[in-house]
Design a protein around this ligand. Structure first.
Ligand SMILES: Nc1ncnc2c1ncn2[C@@H]1O[C@H](COP(=O)(O)OP(=O)(O)OP(=O)(O)O)[C@@H](O)[C@H]1O
Length: 812
């Protein structure tokens, strides 16, 4: 039909669509209908649709008979169509163009030739309309094909350009990455130098502080010694003064005593003399009295003789009377003399009595008698001796005072020297402190640069990273796929050194070939890598939690591949969790110098058979369950979960021990101590900077996942089978979440497992950073499991999750 039409009315041939490469066709975007509807070719010129319009115009312009349709057989539809109006024919007959082409004409038996010709002409018109219609359809299809081809070519060109631009951007990013890495290395070096300088300055400062402390101590002890000596000297001086006063007083008293003694002796002597004189006078008077008594007696005898003789003679009596009167005169005189002597004796007796009284009075007044005076003398002698001794002591003390004064002067000189040294040291300390402050400022600046670079590198590398770690072979464990071909090997040089890993899968049967599978990750740790080396690589990530990021580090791998060893480790070789805690505390202490204060709360729980279990607390009350909730402000919370304040680092070790004891441990055919649950350590970090008013809210999740082995291999039944199914389900859910994040899907199936629901805010959120360890056993019998783990890890590694933003708020 098309060909027939082409002979009658030549139509411009539509350009054949260019065949497109399959890949490009596959890559065609679904959009494009808009251009088709508008009838504009992708290059902007008139496209096939325009051509079709031209062809239609030609057809319309062609002379066509307008004969009316002749009646045909009763079975044929009535013809009323015209040349170009297939739609009219179709409306009239209800045919499709194929019906029309396949229609057989049937004439009425008695129809004459004219009628037949008319029927024929009418059918020819219908056929022509059908032909035109089919040609139009072909043209349209060809035009659409051409349009699609052109658009595909344009889009392919666009995609090529995009790819080239992407390549250029990638190169630029790689160059940036290189530059950033170099800058980071330089900064690290500068930081290390600054740290070394700070350490040197700190040690100098510590030395200077020690010397200063020593000097200050020496100064203090010298001052104390000086003070003690001064006090001693003052005491001695006071003692000396008191002693000299005492001595003076004693001397004065002594002199007084001596004076008094002399006076008393003089008085005693005069009293003794007076006594002796009085006694002598008394004796003389007694003698005179006795002599006078003898004379009186003799005179009385004479008188008696005279009186006797008077009787004999009167004359004699007169003379005798005369003599008697004379004698009487003499007696009177003698009596008067005797009275005088008696009066004198009485006076002397009175004097003696007075002298005695005086002596008595003196004795009473002094309480001393001669013996006492002797004792006084002896005491005075002793006093003199003491005085002499005191004088000696005094002179000794004086010498000591001089000595102490000299010592004091020496100490003062030393103290002055020390003070000068202290001043010098203080100035040095001040200088060192200034240098230290400067160095610390530089460190702070370096720290800020480090953070920036770390985050830039992290952004460039993507916020989900994968590290592979292969444990050493256990005793008796075969680790070769074929002689000399280890199951897991590591490229020692080239681009993949430190990042590449090759797995040799043993031949399936005899004569088969071993298969090699190559993988590349962000980092690969060979069996000899120590815990410290591994931690070194994640320390920056751990640091991010203090900077306000939500960090999630988990260990994935089959049972017995070294997950628990990597995350928890042993007391001899502590794993990532204890090391991370140490680093967090150490860094928090360092950041305190920049005004940061942190509050840290830890919780530990396990996800066992899709149930949460608190490893530190008692768990929910009977009939209740732990419930997970996420809130922008409060972050992730789990009801009835015990959060422990770990601002004191000493508490962490015992917490980890407690949690590990509580963790569900069961035995499988793979590992006698296989952990059958996912263990999650959560550390909430709330930081506030007093100086700047900044606040940072970070979260560190460290997860030891349960073993990922396949059911067939772990040979478990019953409860263990249920456990393994639950583990596999949650691991699959974790993979799905990561894949959905990587594909930027609108819905991320966090709620498909308790583990992913719990980690929702830390996986793929705006401020989250994720690292996965894929732990591998080097054993031959684990090769298949290792391959599964590596494939899972490779899928995770291929995901690119958006740029993380730290949760820092400013302002008070
Ligand atoms: N890097 C390593 N260096 C030395 N020994 C290791 C290393 N990794 C693992 N091991 C040892 O291998 C054994 C199994 O390791 P581990 O218990 O950590 O495995 P796992 O993956 O946690 O197993 P499960 O999933 O059953 O808990 C342990 O005895 C552990 O000490």
């Amino acid at each position: 039909m098309a060909e027939t039409r082409r002979t009658r009315i030549p139509r411009p041939a539509a350009p054949a669509p260019k065949p497109q490469p399959l890949a490009e066709q596959e890559n065609l975007p679904v959009a494009g209908g808009r251009m088709k509807r508008k009838g504009v070719s992708p290059n902007g010129k008139s496209g096939p649709l325009a051509k079709r319009t031209t062809a239609t115009a030609l057809t319309t312009a062609a002379p066509r008979s307008a004969a009316a349709a002749a009646p045909v057989s009763a079975s044929a539809p009535a013809s009323a169509g015209d040349d170009g109006a297939w739609e009219a024919v179709a409306a009239e007959t209800g045919w499709t163009p194929a019906d029309c082409l396949g229609h057989k004409l049937a004439f009425a038996k008695r129809a004459d030739a004219k009628a037949k010709v008319e029927v024929l002409a009418a059918h020819v018109k219908r056929l022509r309309a059908a032909g035109w219609h089919l040609l139009d359809a072909r043209d349209r299809t060809a035009a659409e094909a051409a349009e699609t081809g052109a658009r595909a070519a344009a889009e392919a060109a666009g995609r090529r350009e995009d790819r080239e631009a992407a390549d250029a951007a990638l190169q630029e990013v790689q160059a940036q990455l290189g530059a950033a890495t170099a800058a980071a290395a330089q900064t690290d070096k500068a930081l290390a130098e600054q740290r070394a300088q700070v350490e040197r300055l700190q040690s100098e400062l510590a030395g200077a502080r020690d010397s200063l402390r020593q000097a200050q101590e020496a100064e203090r002890s010298a001052a104390a010694e000086g003070q003690r000596l001064r006090e001693q000297a003052e005491e001695l001086q006071a003692q000396g003064k008191a002693l000299s006063e005492m001595q003076q007083q004693a001397q004065k008293y002594n002199a007084q005593l001596q004076e008094y003694n002399a006076r008393m002796q003089k008085e005693l002597q005069s009293a003794n003399e007076a006594l002796a004189r009085t006694q002598a006078e008394k004796a003389a008077l007694a003698e005179e009295c006795a002599a006078l008594k003898g004379r009186v007696t003799a005179l009385e005898e004479q008188l008696a003789g005279v009186a006797a003789a008077s009787s004999s003679t009167e004359a004699a009596r007169a003379s005798a009377l005369e003599h008697a009167s004379r004698l009487r005169g003499e007696v009177v005189a003698a009596l008067a003399e005797r009275n005088t002597a008696n009066a004198e004796a009485a006076r002397l007796r009175g004097e003696l009595e007075a002298a005695r009284k005086e002596v008595k009075r003196f004795r009473e007044a002094t309480g001393k008698d001669v013996g006492a005076l002797e004792a006084e003398k002896t005491a005075r002698g002793a006093l003199e001796l003491r005085t002499r001794a005191q004088a000696e002591l005094n002179s000794n003390l004086h010498e000591q005072v001089i000595l102490l004064r000299e010592q004091k002067e020496l100490s003062e000189a030393r103290a002055e020297k020390s003070t000068a040294e202290v001043k010098k040291l203080t100035a040095k300390v001040k200088k060192l402190e200034k240098e230290l402050a400067e160095a610390e400022r530089k460190v702070v600046e370096g720290e800020a640069v480090r953070k920036r670079l770390h985050n830039t590198i992290q952004e460039l590398k993507g916020n989900i990273r994968v590290f592979a770690r292969v444990r050493p072979p256990a005793a008796g464990e075969a680790a070769e796929a074929a002689p000399g071909a280890p199951v897991l090997s590591f490229p020692a040089a080239g681009e993949l050194a430190g990042r590449g890993l090759e797995l040799q899968q043993p031949a399936a049967g005899k004569g088969g070939d071993a298969q090699a599978h190559s993988f590349a990750f962000d980092k690969v740790f060979a069996p000899q890598a120590s815990q410290g080396e591994v931690f070194e690589e994640i320390s920056q990530l751990v640091q991010s939690a203090l900077d306000g990021y939500k960090v999630c580090i988990f260990a994935y791998g089959q049972t017995g591949s070294g997950k628990t060893h990597t995350m928890m480790g042993s007391p001899e070789e502590p794993g990532m969790i204890p090391r991370a805690m140490d680093q967090v505390f150490a860094t928090a202490r360092e950041l305190a110098a920049q005004g940061w204060r942190y509050e840290m709360r830890a919780a530990m729980l396990e996800v066992y058979n899709e149930e949460l279990r608190d490893l530190l607390g008692k768990g929910p009350p009977a009939g209740k369950k732990h419930a997970i909730s996420h809130d922008d402000k409060a972050g992730t919370t789990v009801s009835f979960l015990e959060y422990v304040d770990v601002s004191q680092p000493e508490r962490v070790a015992s917490l980890l021990e407690r949690a590990m004891r509580q963790r569900s441990v069961g035995a499988t055919a793979m590992n006698e101590q296989s952990s059958r649950s996912h263990m999650v350590f959560m550390l909430h970090i709330d930081g506030a900077n007093e100086g700047t008013g900044q606040k940072a809210k970070g979260l560190l999740n460290l997860i030891d996942l349960a073993g990922s082995e396949r059911l067939s291999r772990s040979a478990v039944t019953g409860d263990r089978l249920k456990e393994t199914q639950a583990i596999n389900k949650s691991l699959a859910a974790l993979g799905d979440v990561i894949a959905a994040l990587g594909n930027k899907e609108a819905h991320v199936p966090y709620r498909n497992s308790k583990l992913t629901h719990l980690l929702q805010s830390s996986l793929g959120g705006a401020s989250s950073k994720t690292l996965m360890f894929v732990n591998l056993s080097p054993s031959l019998e684990s090769a298949q499991e290792s391959l599964c783990s590596l494939r899972f890890a490779a899928k995770v590694n291929a995901c690119e999750i958006g740029t993380a933003k730290r949760q820092v708020t400013t302002g008070r």
